[in-house]
Design a binder for this molecule. Sequence first.
Ligand SMILES: NC(=O)c1ccc[n+]([C@@H]2O[C@H](COP(=O)([O-])OP(=O)(O)OC[C@H]3O[C@@H](n4cnc5c(N)ncnc54)[C@H](O)[C@@H]3O)[C@@H](O)[C@H]2O)c1
Length: 331
Amino acid sequence: MTLRIGLIGAGIMGADHARIFAEDVPGVTLQTICDADQNRARAAADASGAKHTGSDPLAVIADSAVDAVVIAAPDAFHAPLSLACIAAGKPVLCEKPLSQDVRECLAVLDAEERKGKRLVQVGFMRRFDPSYAELKSLLTRGELGKALIFHCFHRNVSPAYDFRAEMAISNSAPHEFDAARWMLDAEIATISVFRPPAGGAAAPVFMVLETTAGQLVNIEVNISAAYGYDVRGELVGEKGTASLRAPVNADVNLGLRQYSVYPADWRPRFVEAYRRQNQAWVNSVTTGKPNIGASAWDGYCSTAVAAAGVEALTTGRSVAVRQLARPRFYA
Ligand SMILES: NC(=O)c1ccc[n+]([C@@H]2O[C@H](COP(=O)([O-])OP(=O)(O)OC[C@H]3O[C@@H](n4cnc5c(N)ncnc54)[C@H](O)[C@@H]3O)[C@@H](O)[C@H]2O)c1
């Protein structure tokens, strides 16, 4: 018995999900790959061996031959398509963010609770990254003592979409917001946003967050870092610190230099995280057992932080995150 997946959106991320399911996740069939651009759907289907292609996401969700759905279309489609999956009673792995709009996230929470079943997992795959998992495990085992500070850096070569500082906060930084909430086991209470005036229009965005447990998180999102795709993090505890280590496959010695190579984008850096995330999602859909993946509630929380962050950017003030108390349904 295999899980028949309908994949919506076959761009950079969707095509990568298709490859991961086809090559590295046992127990699934790629039933349909759907994209508004038929050529992209066809190319991803040919590369992954998917059975069908389509261009209508709602038809894919309604298809009785589709058991579960992956959404990798642009952000604006995440909440409407997740709502359609919930209405159809189908589990969905939805790329981050759940929505850039807090009200849309609340509509997803409301729909799930009314359905009485948690069907949405949000693609915050860093929870599954071996390096993030090691830091989390050091904290859980008490080896670092109490967590005090989490330093985070998120650097892209160049903007994947449009560059606006708001996008850095509402599209890129939710990864860091979720990772911080998950790592520190606390909610984000306030956020301040700074940009170096010397950086001009493409200046990095620098955020300082306080958690409800009294910890500090600083996040640099630099979408125009030029030198490579680079995600770093260092956890400062009472007794010691621990840093993320990105997978590096070779140290090169050449021409009187020693160096290693940065990937051009996120796919090589998080290849194992995506694989583990997708396998864990399939396992929990088929067994009914939960995994450590982000729920719709986690998706809502990171969007609530992003909304406060955009307000902090606009006003120049520290902004308190307006977030509901966690409903019992998401305990
Ligand atoms: N988890 C991660 O690390 C990660 C990394 C990159 C992107 N993402 C997220 O994945 C999503 C896709 O990003 P991308 O980089 O692949 O973008 P992309 O532009 O490369 O791909 C998006 C695809 O969706 C298609 N599309 C647009 N509207 C559609 C619709 N209504 N129905 C079906 N297909 C539609 C487009 O034709 C395109 O092929 C974004 O929401 C982004 O935030 C997540």
